[in-house]
Design a protein around this ligand. Structure first.
Ligand SMILES: Nc1ncnc2c1ncn2[C@@H]1O[C@H](COP(=O)(O)OP(=O)(O)OP(=O)(O)O)[C@@H](O)[C@H]1O
Ligand SMILES: [Mg+2]
Length: 306
């Protein structure tokens, strides 16, 4: 039995995504429980995408996307759409390509030598990888926050309004308003409103990360990309960021990489499980954690594997 046939929509309550682009997709023949082993041996297994994701409207469409670092393939024909105004978590073992996928969304792969890609991504229908795309303009439509907080060595105020200054905004009242709104949005205003002109690097790690989120939302991005934003933080700072993500959801579309299963289940509406550069299963978070279609996903989220 092939994977595709063993996971037909009628059986699985979802649809099989890889292969939606037709030619060249291989479906190995193997028992369903060996799916991850097939991937590990270089084979292909169609991703299972639940109807709950497919039926949403999407801010970002990842289309048949592959990436190679030199001769090493790190992403394999990923097809995945990110719902608008929701939080989507990317989970999977270390090295499965989560950061690679996230960084491609804002074309950070351009900065690495010897990277080759095929396929495309679309931000609100606009191609991210088409020839001639204005990459700087594209990046302005997204906000990105990294594992380690990286405030610029300048004041809290200037950190927040940085992108607007670059865009030539000169009005003090406009910048003041955006600074206050963004810091409030990042749940940091009350802690810093009396020290806006102190250096951003003088803040605690958790405050620095919220400052980076304030900077990322200042230009009202269409999608907010967060790569393990809590991994360098203590539990209290982590709670604050998690609460903040909850508050931002609805207004912002958020794609977050996390290693922490509890965090993914607490904060996200949708969860995608990746393995060795392949999307394996993607659905509403409660379904992925308590009722996944695949035993492989269940084994991973319950800690029996990985
Ligand atoms: N700049 C690079 N050059 C070459 N290979 C790379 C580069 N960055 C990542 N890789 C490789 O690509 C694969 C995916 O890496 P990536 O960092 O995307 O994984 P990840 O899922 O984010 O892992 P982690 O959970 O440890 O952060 C890994 O095998 C990694 O070694
Ligand atoms: Mg990573």
């Amino acid at each position: 039995m092939s994977y595709a046939s063993s996971l037909s929509p009628a059986v699985a309550g979802g649809h099989v995504a890889n292969g939606a682009f037709g030619a060249g997709v291989r479906h190995e023949t193997a028992p369903r429980e060996d799916r991850l082993a097939v991937i590990a041996e270089g084979g292909t297994a169609a991703a299972v995408i639940h109807d709950s994701v497919a039926l949403q409207s999407h801010v970002l469409d990842i289309q048949d996307f592959s990436l190679w670092y030199g001769s090493k393939q790190a992403l394999h024909r990923v097809n995945m759409s990110i719902p608008k105004g929701r939080v989507t978590s990317l989970i999977g073992p270390s090295g499965c390509g989560k950061t690679t996928l996230l960084r491609c969304v804002n074309r950070m792969n351009d900065l690495i030598d010897n990277v080759r890609i095929t396929g495309d991504m679309r931000l609100n229908r606009d191609s991210i990888f088409a020839k001639g795309v204005d990459v700087i303009g594209l990046r302005k439509r997204m906000g990105m926050v990294f594992q380690k907080p990286n405030p610029f060595p300048m004041s809290i105020y200037e950190n927040v309004v940085y992108s607007l200054r670059i865009d030539g905004e000169r009005s003090k009242s406009v910048l003041d308003d955006i600074c206050e709104r963004s810091l409030k949005g990042a749940a940091l205003w009350d802690e810093v409103k009396d020290r806006l002109h102190e250096n951003g690097l003088s803040l605690s790690g958790g405050q620095q990360q919220r400052l980076c989120i304030a900077r990322a939302i200042a230009s009202e991005p269409e999608v907010l990309l967060l790569d393990e934003p809590c991994s360098a933080l203590d539990p209290i700072a982590t709670n604050k960021i998690e609460d903040l993500i909850g508050d931002l959801a609805g207004e912002y579309s958020i794609l977050i990489v996390t290693h922490n299963m509890q965090q993914a289940s607490r904060i996200s509406d949708y969860t995608a499980f990746m393995y060795l550069g392949h999307l394996v299963e993607y659905g509403a978070t409660p379904d992925i954690f308590t009722n996944p279609h695949l035993t492989e996903t269940n084994d991973y989220v319950t800690g029996r594997f990985g």
